[in-house]
Design a protein around this ligand. Structure first.
Ligand code: HH2
Length: 314
């Protein structure tokens, strides 16, 4: 199947209204819609912060730190106090070049943590997985969101998510983490990502997943060059306008930030991450997946308070 041939849905009226004129930062409207995740409706009238919790030995920035159940719960509580709106739990690293983990292994990593978090926290829980069987087990253990970095590549994923009522993050990528960095040939990265995401959206539609349950993600660092990542962050409003759903930005500690800052390692990219988040907010992102919840929360709330005010001509 060609990923380029799907028709794009018409842009929403609100999105069109929010399009900026080149060179200006448009003011951000309050009430930019909502996201339905099982029995909750998350209002997107201020930036939503998704705290990252990787229970993997090999994630590129926090691998091996939260493998112990108590450590994972402690970190999730900490992120809740720091202002996370939801926690995204991952059991498989998808960093460039990473090897795939079996579904059994991945489920064994995330399900006990999900159960413990469900009892310990009153925050929605998201599971970051590409596998339908892991999603099913995670949903049964109390996850309210499935974050699928492959955009429903697993044939069974849409049907696993549909009956649960869970929210769904559809991220753009090409190939697999092992092959994706060789798949960065785009005619126009923003248009091509929009077209390929619309294929994922069509799969969700076909399975009966209501649009209000879906948010979209351009997949920063997944089959993208550093320059393409910047182009996408600069054009998030266009992505939202093309596809009619809110956009989540996952730039946290990624390599393009290191490259912009003279090669600083992942552990030293939190201020750069804040810069990417605020730039993304100004260009239309409404949800932000980050490691450093405290920094992102503070920066996004302050930026939001300012950017909501219409710019007035002198
Ligand atoms: N990035 C990563 C993992 N999951 N999900 C969404 N929706 N968007 C992203 O940009 C995204 C994601 C990779 O980052 P991380 O989880 O920190 O690392 P690793 O894959 O090595 O566990």
């Amino acid at each position: 199947m060609s990923l380029h041939s799907a028709p794009l849905p018409a842009p929403s009226a609100r999105s069109i209204q929010a399009e900026s004129t080149p060179g200006s930062i448009p003011h951000l409207e309050a009430g930019t819609g909502h996201w339905r995740i099982r029995d909750r409706v998350m209002a997107l009238d201020r930036p939503v912060v998704m705290g990252i919790l990787n229970v993997t030995p090999d994630s590129f920035s926090d691998g091996g730190r939260f493998l112990d159940l108590d450590d994972a719960v402690r970190r999730a509580r900490e992120m809740a106090v720091q202002g996370a709106d939801l926690i995204d739990l991952g059991g498989e690293s998808t960093r460039p070049g990473s090897a795939e983990v079996s579904a059994d292994e991945e489920a064994a990593r995330v399900v006990p943590v999900l159960r413990a978090l469900r009892d310990a926290l009153d925050l929605p829980l998201s599971v970051d997985t590409r596998k339908a069987t892991v999603a099913r087990e995670a949903l049964a253990a109390g996850a309210q969101v499935v974050n699928d970095v492959s955009g429903l590549a697993d044939e069974g994923m849409a049907d696993a998510v549909a009956p649960s009522g869970a929210g769904l993050v559809l991220m753009h990528m090409r190939g697999t983490p092992a092959t994706m960095q060789g798949l960065t040939d785009y005619a126009d990265v923003v248009e091509d990502v929009a077209a390929e995401l619309s294929v994922s959206l069509a799969r969700a539609d076909a399975a009966g997943i209501a649009r209000e349950r879906v948010v979209l993600d351009p997949g920063i660092g997944f089959a993208k060059t550093a320059e393409q990542n910047l182009q996408l962050i600069a054009s998030l409003r266009r992505l939202e306008a093309r596809l009619g759903r809110p956009v989540l930005l996952g730039a946290s500690r990624k390599a393009f930030i290191g490259a912009l800052l003279g090669g600083v390692p992942a552990a030293e990219r939190d201020a750069g991450t804040v810069g990417a988040c605020v730039a993304g907010l100004a260009r239309g992102a409404r949800l932000f997946r980050v490691h450093d919840v405290r920094g992102a929360r503070q920066a996004l709330d302050v930026a939001w308070a300012v950017l909501r005010i219409p710019e007035r001509a002198p």
